[in-house]
Design a protein around this ligand. Structure first.
Ligand SMILES: [Fe+2]
Length: 220
């Protein structure tokens, strides 16, 4: 593997962060335009047994040198309250299938095909900017579902929101029952995000941004 890989990823991440910060320089300035992120089903595959590693890099488990298979994706965004203010100390959790469409859940079919190098689940605790970041793979479809990434946001012992995000331009979205279940077009749009190619990436990395807007201000 290219020895500069991680350094480059880090730089790209910081670049993305700077862009995000500039776009939201005035806190709450766009509050009237914010669309609440719709609640969606948790589904049956929130890990029944958490992986040994639960950090925000789903491509590498602990100190393994073999990364997961899939399209490398830098997934970031902010957790915001109803007024557009960042929510700090929010624990953002994601889980998704590996490139062979298998969850790490023990009751998910085809466990024998599972990519043992994919973490399948990750966590990130937001700071004062409300920002989170994961390095993962671009989601793939599995029988009955269009590609998606599951999200759960907690603060302390409270569950704040469970939702999913989707790939913009994915033809299978239109046939997906959970996706279609979001009746409001703006709400649906708010969970349908661009997985945009990163210019100059020699391994075809993409960047995706998903802001999570809570319908309330959680207690601190
Ligand atoms: Fe799912």
């Amino acid at each position: 593997m290219d020895p500069n890989f991680f350094r480059q990823s880090r730089r790209l991440f910081l670049g993305t962060m700077a862009f995000g910060a500039a776009a939201f320089a005035a806190p709450g300035a766009f509050a009237e335009e914010l669309v609440r992120t719709p609640r969606q089903t948790e589904g049956p595959f929130y890990p029944d047994k958490l992986p040994l590693d639960t950090d925000n890099d789903l491509l590498i488990i602990n100190n393994s040198i073999t990364p997961a298979v899939g399209k490398v994706t830098h997934l970031s965004g902010r957790v915001l309250d109803a007024k557009g203010e960042p929510v700090r100390n929010a624990l953002v959790e994601i889980w998704q299938v590996d490139n062979n469409a298998v969850y790490i859940h023990t009751r998910c079919p085809n466990q024998e095909d599972r990519d043992k190098n994919f973490q399948g689940f990750g966590r990130f605790l937001t700071g004062s900017s409300g920002e989170y970041y994961f390095r993962t793979i671009k989601p793939v479809a599995y029988p009955g579902r269009t590609p998606h990434i599951h999200f759960k946001v907690r603060k302390g012992t409270k569950d704040l929101l469970t939702t999913q995000c989707y790939v913009k331009g994915e033809p299978q979205n239109a046939r997906d029952g959970v996706y279609r279940g979001i009746r409001d077009a703006k709400a649906r749009q708010s969970v349908t995000i661009d997985f945009a190619p990163i210019k100059g990436s020699r391994i075809g990395e993409v960047a995706a941004r998903f802001d999570i807007v809570l319908g309330f201000t959680p207690e601190s």
